[in-house]
Design a protein around this ligand. Structure first.
Ligand code: JA5
Length: 241
């Protein structure tokens, strides 16, 4: 069972996402438990403030440390060797999410996802209560809520028993070093464009060779960075299994 606690000032953003599709299946009697917490529940003042002006001046606001640290400690305990939960802050300053990181967290028991808003969070929160800072890519969003959903979706499908076909998650992570090539379904011809004959040939070995070649060509063309990594691994004999 993987337990995930989310801390956000917009808890309502998560409700339909958590109920539908693979994530909904994983939560309904499955191996995933998600609870979303409203950060304002840990405020003390009349206005339930979660932000304040930045020291040193400048535009925007900063998330104040008291409610955030109180919320994190309430769901995760205090930072230190005793703490069982891994606390992640979604921030553009974080290390980039990848499949290996998802696989590591999916094997754990308790994650806390802290969603930043405004210009960012007070650095003392990071130092006192956060284990890892995570980014989903080099683009600007207004908060960490959508990145938190990206993590939850990526994790849910890795948990045991969630995907219909138990092979598919394993297969994809095994092939996770290359992009996939094109996919086709019926009809065999659509607006004058035919499905490649090999896919209709019934020759499974030929289909596998064609798909592998398409995967290599797609990866070389679109993601030379991934291709360099993958061909490096093959050269070192690391693709055997
Ligand atoms: C923005 C104050 O990985 C992409 C991300 C963008 C973004 C994230 S993560 N957090 C925030 C944020 O804005 O907290």
């Amino acid at each position: 069972m993987l337990r995930i606690d989310v801390i956000s000032i917009f808890p309502g953003l998560f409700e339909p996402f958590l109920s539908e599709s693979i994530v909904g299946i994983a939560r309904r009697g499955g191996p995933l438990a998600v609870q979303v917490h409203d950060l304002r529940d840990w405020t003390q003042d009349r206005h339930r403030s979660v932000d304040d002006a930045p020291y040193g001046g400048g535009p925007g606001m900063v998330m104040k440390p008291e409610p955030l640290v109180a919320a994190i400690e309430a769901v995760a305990g205090e930072k230190g060797p005793e703490r069982q939960a891994r606390v992640l802050l979604l921030t553009p300053q974080g290390e980039r999410l990848d499949q290996a990181r998802l696989e590591g967290w999916a094997a754990g028991e308790h994650l806390v996802l802290v969603c930043g808003r405004y210009e960012g969070v007070d650095q003392r929160v990071v130092e006192l209560a956060v284990d890892e800072e995570v980014s989903i890519g080099d683009f600007v969003l207004s908060g960490g809520e959508i990145p938190a959903m990206v993590l939850i979706e990526g994790l849910a499908r890795l948990l045991p028993g969630v995907l219909g076909n138990p092979d598919s998650a394993i297969w994809e992570s095994f092939r996770g070093d290359l992009l996939e090539g094109p996919h086709y379904t019926r009809p065999p011809e659509f607006r004058g464009r035919a499905v490649p004959a090999v896919l209709r040939s019934g020759d499974h070995a030929a289909v596998a060779r064609w798909r592998a070649e398409q995967a290599r060509e797609t990866t070389k063309r679109r993601r030379p960075d991934l291709w360099e990594l993958a061909s490096g691994r093959v050269g070192r004999g690391e693709d055997e299994k």
